[in-house]
Structures are given as structure tokens and as C-alpha cells.
Design a protein around this ligand. Structure first.
Ligand code: AMP
Length: 202
């Protein structure tokens, strides 16, 4: 089964992808995490992506589509976190992957800001967590927790604007195709994971 996680920045796509992937034996694939790894390793891809990400903009479609095309080769069931983010990416995806379900995480705007400013992620494995959970090191691998460079208020505002403009039309795009499940992403992480799991099992 191939699943897309859709939702605004801070809706919990990354967190839920990790849990759902483990529960269902899927391969989690986060374009943002791949970009950040490449930035840290100073690769050509990292150098290209860095200026866009730092400015809260989307990395050009062509670059991102090719990255995902390469990354899904040889996988048997993926969960895509943060891709597609534009209708052009969604149309390109159709040419190389069958999408079974699209999970749309619906969250109120106020909650998003709180989640993003308190978000931390593991320097080593990239797993996300939140200061409110009280971890002093990564709950997945014990690595050091850091704040993402694009989780400042200024960049967050730009990312919301990009989401509204480029990504939110995907809710309608996938609704029309009939494979979108809307999850009201309220409550604890575990409760939301359970809701998603139930929706995917149907
Ligand atoms: P994320 O970790 O999903 O929040 O992504 C962090 C940043 O990486 C985004 O704000 C974009 O700049 C870039 N990015 C991630 N996925 C995509 C995508 N599918 N298309 C374009 N840019 C992306």
C-alpha cells in the first residue's frame, strides 16, 4: 500500500508517518528530511535546496519529483511525508506510483504554530519530537535533539503562505479522485495514530 500524508506545516505528518510506517510495515519517505540530510552533508542537492528551505519556499518541482522517483525504486509500500506539495508534483507522481490512500491531517491554525515553535528533531535519525513531551534526547535512537533552521516564526509564516497557495489545492485534487481520508488531528499522538490506522485498514 502507498500512502500520502497531507497537511499544513506542523500538522504532524512526520511524527505520524514514523508510527504508521512501523505499524504497517511501510517505508517512510520524507522529502524534507532527505533535503536536510543533504544540507548537513553539503551535497550538490543540499546546496541547491538550502536557499529555498531557509526562505520558506518550495524546492523546484523537477528536483523534488526526481528525488522521489529515485527514492521509491525497489520499495514495496511507502508512506510519503511532505510530497506531493503541488498539483504538478501530484500529477508527476501518478506516472510512477499508485497512490492508495491520502491522509489529510486537519488541524486548527493556532495549534500549528504552537507545535512548530516547540518542535525538535534528532540530529542523527531526523525523528521529530516536541518540547512538551519532555525528552532530553531522541526517543527513537538517543541522538541529540535540535531545532530546525526553518522553525523560526519568520520562516514559519512564509511556509504557511506556500502551503495555502501551492499545497492546499491538493485536498480537492485527491477528494475528487476519491482516495482522501480526512483526519481531525486533535488529541494525543497515540489517539491520532489510531484514527489514521483505522482509516487505512478500512
Ligand atoms: P518538511 O520537512 O516536510 O516540513 O519540509 C521542509 C522544507 O523542505 C519545505 O518547507 C520545503 O522548502 C522543502 N520541501 C519538502 N518537501 C518538498 C516538496 N515536496 N516540494 C518542494 N519543497 C519541499
Amino acid at each position: 500500500m502507498n500512502v500520502i500524508m497531507l497537511g499544513p506545516p506542523g500538522s504532524g505528518k512526520g511524527t505520524q508517518s514514523v508510527f504508521i510506517a512501523r505499524k504497517m510495515g511501510l517505508t517512510p519517505l520524507s522529502t524534507g528530511a532527505i533535503f536536510r540530510k543533504n544540507i548537513a552533508e553539503k551535497t550538490e542537492l543540499g546546496k541547491l535546496a538550502e536557499s529555498y528551505i531557509a526562505d520558506g519556499k518550495l524546492v523546484p518541482d523537477e528536483v523534488t519529483v526526481n528525488l522521489v522517483k529515485d527514492s521509491v525504486k525497489g520499495t514495496d509500500g511507502v508512506i510519503l511525508d511532505g510530497f506531493p506539495r503541488t498539483v504538478a508534483q501530484a500529477e508527476a507522481l501518478e506516472t510512477f506510483l499508485k497512490v492508495d490512500k491520502v491522509v489529510y491531517l486537519d488541524v486548527e491554525f493556532d495549534a500549528l504554530l504552537k507545535r512548530l515553535t516547540g518542535r525538535r528533531e534528532c540530529r542523527k535519525c531526523g525523528a521529530p519530537t516536541h518540547i512538551s513531551l519532555g525528552f532530553t534526547s531522541c526517543p527513537q535512537c538517543g541522538g541529540e535533539l535540535i531545532q530546525r533552521a526553518d522553525d523560526t516564526e519568520e520562516v514559519i509564516t512564509k511556509r504557511f503562505t506556500e502551503y495555502e497557495k501551492a499545497t492546499s489545492p491538493l485536498v480537492e485534487f485527491y477528494s475528487k479522485k476519491g482516495n482522501l481520508v480526512r483526519i481531525e488531528a486533535k488529541g494525543s499522538i497515540e489517539e491520532i495514530t489510531e484514527k489514521i490506522f483505522e482509516a487505512l485498514e478500512k
